[in-house]
Structures are given as C-alpha cells and as structure tokens.
Design a protein around this ligand. Structure first.
Ligand code: NDP
Length: 522
C-alpha cells in the first residue's frame, strides 16, 4: 500500500485510547498498514513524543491479544505528537504540522488521513484551518497521485440544520469523496453481512417484502450507564446518540433495494432512497409513534446503580431521554404496511444489539383442522445478532420428537465467532480505518444520507424538546425499558422480542409476560 501519514486530532482522548489506537496497532500487527506509515497525534495536552507513545502503549496493552513488546517498539517508532490548539488565535500547531509533513521524509506527505476524534464543535474549525494552510482540501494539489481524506466521528450535527450547515462548510473546502463520516456499526462484519444475506441467497430476496414479512424490530440495548460521559450525553440523548445514526443505518440496510452494482455510489444511493422513503412522523403523531424514557436507580448484575439524574455531569432535573423507541413506516412498494420498530436504551436488563425480522405465520396447519392437537405454528424469525455476539439465527417450527404431531421452535444458528475465531476478526474500527486508507467509502455515511436520517428524527426531537415529560424516571435500571414502549407494539397486537441472546434463543422466544418478569439480576 502507498505510504501514508495519519493525523489524529483529539489524540489525548477517550476514543483514541479505547478504540482508534488499538485498531491501528492491530492493523500494523496484521501487516495491513503501508510499510511507510506515520501517525501524528494532535491535541492540546502537553506531552512529548515519548510520553504520547507511553500513553498509547498503556492503552493498547490492555488488550490481551495486543502482542509483545517488540511489536510495540517497532510500531511506536512511527508515532509522534504535536501539543497545540485546534482553534483560536494561536494556530502554530498547523504550521508545525506542515513542517512535520515535510520532515517525514518517506514520500508519505502526499497521502494524508486526518481523523477528527475531538468534540464535534471542533470538526469545522479544524477542517477550515487545514484547508487554509493548504494541508488538505481543494487547495491541496499533490502532484504524485496523493490525497487528503477525513474521517469524521459522530455525532455529525446536533440536528438537521447543524448537520446541513456542517455539510455546507465542508463542501466549500473539500470534495465529498474525501469525507468519511464514520458509523462504526457499518464496520461490523455482521452488518456488512446483511448485503450477502439478502442479495446472495435465492431463498431470502423473494420473501423480503410486505407479502411475507410481518414487521421488523431493531434493538440496541445497553446495560452500561454514563461511564463518565454524562456531560456529552446531556447534549445528546438516546435519539441523537443511537437512533439517528446506528439504528437508522441498520434500518436502511434492511430496507434497501439491491444496488445495481457494488460500488460506494450505488450502495449509498440505495441507502438514501430507503431513508427518504421513511414516512415523517408529524408533531401530532409523536405521542403515538415514539416513546422516551429515563432510567431511575435499579439493580444490574446484582449491583445497585444510580439513576441517570445522579450520574456525574447530569442535571438533577435533566429531561434528556436515555431510552427511545419508534414505530416507522417505509413508504414504498416493498414495505407498505410493514412497521419497523426501533428502540435503544441505557441501563437495560441486557446488552444486545439485534435485528429481528418476523415473517407472517404459516396460514394453516393441516392437523389442527382435522381434530388433531391445536398446534398453531409460531412465526418464523430471522435474527441478526450484531452484538455482543455476531451471528444469525433462523427460527423455524419443527415436530417435537414423539408420537403426537406437536410443534416446537428450533433455531438454525450461526455464530461468526465459532466459525472464524474472534481473534482474527477485524474490529469495526480496523475495517473502517483500512477502508479509508484504501479510499473505499462504501461503509461510511454520505452527506445526503446523514441529512435524510436527521429528517426522520427531527420532528420527534423538536416535539420532545418543546414538551417536558410529566414523569421521567420511567424505567428502573436493569429492567426492559418503559412500559409505554410495550404499549407501542401492543397497540398493533405485537410485542418486543427480548429473548434472542444465545442462551434464550436455544430455548425459544419468550412471551411478553415472561420477558417482563425477568430482570438483569433475576
Ligand atoms: P473526549 O471528550 O475524550 O475529547 C477528545 C479530546 O478532545 C480530549 O482529550 C481533549 O484533548 C479535547 N477536548 C475535549 N474537550 C474539549 C474542549 N471543550 N475544547 C477543546 N478540546 C477539547 O472525546 P472522546 O475521545 O470521547 O470522543 C471523540 C469523538 O468521538 C467525539 O466526537 C465523540 O462524540 C466521538 N465518539 C466517542 C465515543 C467514545 O466512546 N468515547 C464513541 C463514539 C463516538 P486536549 O484537551 O488534550 O486537546
């Protein structure tokens, strides 16, 4: 691969430590980085190159699979650090960056990857200064086939207007092809697998529509609370933090039409079409189609945990939702009448991200009509486990062993970890970093895609912002979320599937009553 320099803004931060640096190191160990690769950390914290290397080593070595000291020493020689301001009057850091590019005498100066892992308010100023310094952007014209690309972290915008404005600012100085808006869900093997599942199997595509599918559920539930990120979360909430990006990305991948060809443009065009087909929820319908909640204190894994309002850097009367559920409709021929239910929350009973496709039940079982046992078939499910396990489960009805014609549900189960071994599987960040180095934006969000997703959640966010909820401690930590989220589905004669984690899936799906009875510590 061509030589490259990666400049990591926000290099003293949490994401760098936990995700980005370990992913880069793993790429290095797997021999997937260019042989002439350099990384320049950039942040305000005072550190020497050696202090930065020591800090990164500590972060990387927390991972048991990280490797030995020798591998680190070889990698660490590629790291350096610039302590400087991102914005304001003192822009010496950008001048120093220009000097470093010149000094890194490896031909790498022409290929630059800028990773913006700072608070979002700094994205635009950093890009502007890099453009003005001609270190990137339309004014940066390397003569040897070089490039300058940006990976931009989430959240991309705080609402539709700010996302549009950020896109407009970016478009003034940069080519859209050089912008890689990261959504790490898109870097997950199992999420990318949705394309293979849907479009490489003769058995799925014919039934992937309103004629055979009853509804879709997309869930991202976490047991964790704020983990010190309460300050950020107070400006976001579940709808902005999870639904606008991750869940709507999953929704788009379930809903899209087959791309005519496999290239970034064709794939992302289809995603945009799917998102634009989602019916906008009118302000008057928000109460009917959307549910919000905030966790109170409770018990998770046997330990008492505080309410959201007692978390660090959270207001004692915070109105921010830690749980959001939505009922969406995709208004096109494929999906007319098929609801998509989305939900995400913190401090819930289980950590699970999954997509459940419920098929319409078999219309008739022959033996029950002939006076045999009243065995009604339960609907088939296709479950895509996104985390913590990655896998696919198909629930089908089968005969119970024995004399009688009785039915039981069985799972055809594929766990990716079993198959390929967790250690060799690239993490989502590895996948996406490598894609950006190779210049493949297929699994990154395009400007119009991000705006289409904001358009979906905007009316709800506005309505929730304008109306204070009457009682906001609406679910206990360790529970399955607010009762109103159950009612959202119950009104349609449906219920949330809670039981598709590995253990419960083996023993079939629970009914709503039994699922509610269970709590994280129970
Ligand atoms: P941090 O809050 O840790 O900030 C990163 C760095 O930015 C800090 O080390 C600090 O470096 C600098 N910084 C922080 N606040 C300010 C400020 N007010 N003004 C100027 N500089 C500041 O962020 P994270 O590392 O947690 O996240 C980075 C980005 O990634 C954010 O956009 C976040 O939304 C996104 N993200 C984070 C995730 C996570 O789990 N942490 C998950 C998904 C996305 P210094 O003071 O040295 O300059």
């Amino acid at each position: 691969m061509e030589p490259c320099t990666l400049v990591l803004f926000g290099a003293s931060g949490d994401l760098t430590k936990r995700m980005i640096m370990p992913a880069i190191f793993r790429l290095a160990r797997r021999g997937l980085l260019p042989s002439e690769f350099r990384l320049i950390g950039y942040a305000r914290s005072e550190m020497t190159d050696d202090e930065f290397r020591a800090r990164m080593q500590k972060a990387v070595m927390r991972d048991a699979t990280a490797g030995d000291e020798a591998a680190w020493t070889e990698f660490a020689a590629r790291l350096s650090y610039i302590p400087a301001e991102y914005d304001g009057d003192d822009l010496q850091g950008y001048a120093e960056l220009a000097r470093r590019f010149e000094r890194l005498d490896c031909g790498a100066g022409a290929r630059r990857l800028f990773y913006l892992a700072t608070p979002p308010a700094l994205f635009a100023p950093i890009m502007k200064h890099l453009g003005e310094a001609k270190l990137a952007g339309l004014a940066y014209q390397p003569d040897d086939g070089g490039w300058a690309r940006f990976i931009i972290e989430k959240p991309f915008g705080h609402d539709l207007a700010s996302a549009r404005s950020l896109n407009t600012e970016i478009a003034r100085v940069f080519d859209e092809d050089d912008i890689y808006r990261i959504d790490h869900f898109l870097g997950k093997e199992i999420v990318q697998n949705l394309f293979a599942l849907r479009f490489a199997n003769g058995i799925f595509e014919p039934v992937w529509n309103r004629n055979y599918i009853d509804h879709i559920q997309i869930t991202a539930s976490e047991t964790l609370g704020m983990e010190g990120r309460g300050g950020y979360y107070e400006t976001a909430g579940a709808m902005r933090d999870m639904v606008q990006n991750h869940l709507l990305q999953l929704c788009a991948l379930v809903a899209i039409e087959p791309p005519a060809e496999w290239n970034p443009r064709a794939v992302r065009d289809e995603k945009v079409k799917a998102l634009r087909a989602v019916r906008k929820i009118n302000p008057g319908e928000v109460g009917r189609d959307a549910v919000r909640g905030q966790y109170g204190e409770g018990v998770i894994a046997g330990e008492r945990v505080p309410a959201y309002r007692e978390e660090q850097k959270v207001a004692a009367d915070s109105q921010v939702e830690t749980y959001a559920a939505l009922r969406l409709h995709v208004d096109n021929v494929r999906w007319a009448g098929v609801p998509f239910y989305l939900r995400s929350g913190k401090r819930l009973a289980k950590r699970a991200t999954e997509i459940v496709v419920e098929f319409k039940p078999a219309p008739h079982t022959p033996w029950s009509a002939r006076g045999g046992p009243d065995e009604r078939a339960r609907p088939n499910l296709l479950v895509v486990n996104v985390s913590p396990e990655e896998g696919i489960v198909i629930r089908v009805e089968a005969k119970q062993p024995g004399q009688e014609m009785r039915l039981q549900s069985i799972n055809l189960d594929y766990c990716r970890c079993d198959e390929h071994g967790a250690i060799e599987s690239p993490s989502a960040y590895e996948h996406l970093l490598l894609d950006s180095l190779r210049g493949d934006p297929t699994f990154f969000a395009r400007a119009d895609e991000v705006e289409a997703a904001w358009e979906i959640v905007e009316p709800i966010i506005e309505k929730w912002g304008a109306e204070k909820p009457s009682d906001f401690t609406s679910y206990a930590a360790g529970s399955y979320g607010p009762a109103a989220a159950d009612e959202l589905l119950a009104r349609d004669g449906r219920y949330w599937y809670e039981a598709t984690d590995q253990q419960d899936a083996k023993s079939a799906t629970r009914t709503p009553d039994s699922s509610r009875a269970k709590s994280a510590d129970g």
